[in-house]
Design a protein around this ligand. Structure first.
Ligand code: F6P
Length: 334
């Protein structure tokens, strides 16, 4: 099923849920869906705790006032959860019954590719029009240059690494900084450039231990007394960040090595203006798409414009790493 008109049935009630890892900007998107529904005289319902809350019927009416003062808040007022029950046909049937009881005509899913997979199967099985808004800090979704939360996470990481650099300089230390991204290197690559890291290890480019060692030796010999190595959590260099640090410390004895795993703080914080505007645009586009009979699609942004991508393509597609950025990072480390 692609971006076909799901049905000509008038959309009078829309439910919205957040699913998967939370991301800054999700609240701004919820706010936009609720306000856009109010604009078009559509009733909006928020589903608590993602698909699990849909199965248990945990819905709340979202009027325009229900979403006051959340545009600047990280996290999601609807909460998020991963639902094993929704992976079963029985679970999805329960969810469908809940939508029917509440006379809900369509569903907006704010989440990542896993959430979209569930939403697409749900639409195919029960005919409920579903539209996806990409909300994940990983930016690993095909069909959009930016997912909600990515810009905020980049700025959060750069701010954190700037602080780490202060102490690295003070002690002539080499820091390995691990960042999120599950199995994508977008956060590591962009923040590595933004924070002036000497090395950036991403799953898309297997740098290899020897090359890393040689590169750090060259940095040292060129007079660098401290260094930052950004490591994407999904990096495949073969060792976890602590083993990596140990290996380098053993082979580069004149470097004092430390590790900093930024972890879940990358998922929090007030969304940047970019993410707030993106969320506001995506929420409106989602509601207008459903009104126009369009479903099984994801809202994305490409060259600054709102675009639609069939969910089956968004799910299967690759969010390729920008090779030009890799070249920039190699030159900037000299
Ligand atoms: O997908 C977003 C993300 O933050 C990934 O970058 C990370 O690997 C994962 O979620 C962590 O999942 P959880 O919050 O379930 O530990």
């Amino acid at each position: 099923m692609s971006s076909t008109k799901s049905n000509s049935k008038e959309i009078k009630r829309i439910a919205v849920l957040t699913s998967g890892g939370d991301a800054p900007g999700m609240n701004a998107a919820i706010r936009s869906v609720a306000r856009s529904c109010a604009y078009y005289k559509i009733q909006c319902f928020g589903v608590k705790r993602g698909y699990q809350g849909l199965i248990s019927g945990d819905l709340t009416r979202l009027g325009p006032r229900s979403v006051n003062n959340i545009i600047n808040k990280g996290g999601t007022i609807l909460k998020s959860a991963r639902s094993n029950e929704f992976r079963t046909k029985e679970g999805r049937k329960k969810a469908f019954e809940v939508l029917k009881e509440n006379e809900i005509d369509a569903l907006v899913v704010i989440g990542g590719d896993g959430s979209f997979t569930g939403g697409l199967i749900f639409q195919k099985e029960f005919g409920v029009p579903v539209v996806g808004i990409p909300g994940t800090i990983d930016n690993d979704i095909y069909g959009t240059s930016h997912t909600l939360g990515y810009d905020t996470a980049l700025n959060t990481v750069v701010e954190a690494v700037d602080k780490i650099r202060d102490t690295a300089i003070s002690h002539n230390r080499l820091f390995f900084v691990e960042v999120m991204g599950r199995d994508a290197g977008h956060i590591a690559l962009n923040t590595g450039i933004g924070a002036g890291a000497e090395e950036i290890l991403i799953p898309e480019e297997d740098m290899g231990l020897e090359r890393l060692l040689d590169s750090l030796k060259r940095s040292k010999n060129s007079g660098k007394l401290s260094s930052i190595v950004m490591v994407a959590e999904g990096d495949k260099i073969g060792k976890n960040v602590f083993e990596l640090a140990e290996y380098i410390e053993e082979n580069l004895p004149d470097y004092e090595v430390r590790v900093s795993v930024l972890g879940h703080m990358q998922r929090g914080g007030a969304p940047t203006c970019f993410d707030r505007v993106l969320a506001s645009r995506m929420g409106l586009k989602a509601v207008e798409s459903l009104r126009d009979g369009i479903s099984a699609n994801m809202i994305g942004i490409s060259d600054g414009k709102m675009v639609l991508t069939p969910l089956n393509k968004a799910i299967k597609g690759e969010s390729a790493i920008d090779r030009e950025l890799i070249r920039v990072s190699e030159i900037m480390r000299l």
